[in-house]
Write a new protein. Structure first.
Length: 114
């Protein structure tokens, strides 16, 4: 092998690392959203995780499900179809707080874009 050239194996390993790093940068961590809701308030975020619970209330257009990414959990409000419990899901939506008291947010949710 010539000096300065890289092997195919090294190039593939580098490409895989770059793809994995890019995927990690695409998704916000739920723990970051929960820890700093004011930073994310009314902003669009994309999160990925596992659906841990699903709730559909009668006579309401919205449904709710909880998404866990391993760093935390967050409630997602949707007007679309509800995912199955245990499903892996990527969600893009707007971060909202039910109420803010003395600068502290309670009831942080993501309203899913449909």
């Amino acid at each position: 092998m010539k000096k300065g050239s890289i092997s195919l194996r090294t190039a593939l390993a580098l490409a895989v690392c770059l793809v994995l790093a890019a995927c990690n940068l695409m998704f916000a961590k739920i723990s970051d959203i929960q820890a700093h809701p004011d930073k994310y308030q009314n902003k669009s975020v994309t999160v990925h995780g596992k659906v841990t619970s699903v709730t559909k209330l009668p006579f309401m257009e919205e449904g709710f499900y909880t998404l866990s990414d391993g760093t935390g959990e967050i409630t997602v409000v949707t007007r679309g179809s509800l995912p199955s419990e245990g499903a892996e899901k990527t969600v893009t939506g707007t971060v909202e707080s039910a109420v803010t008291i003395m600068g502290r947010s309670f009831g942080v949710t993501i309203e899913e874009k449909n």
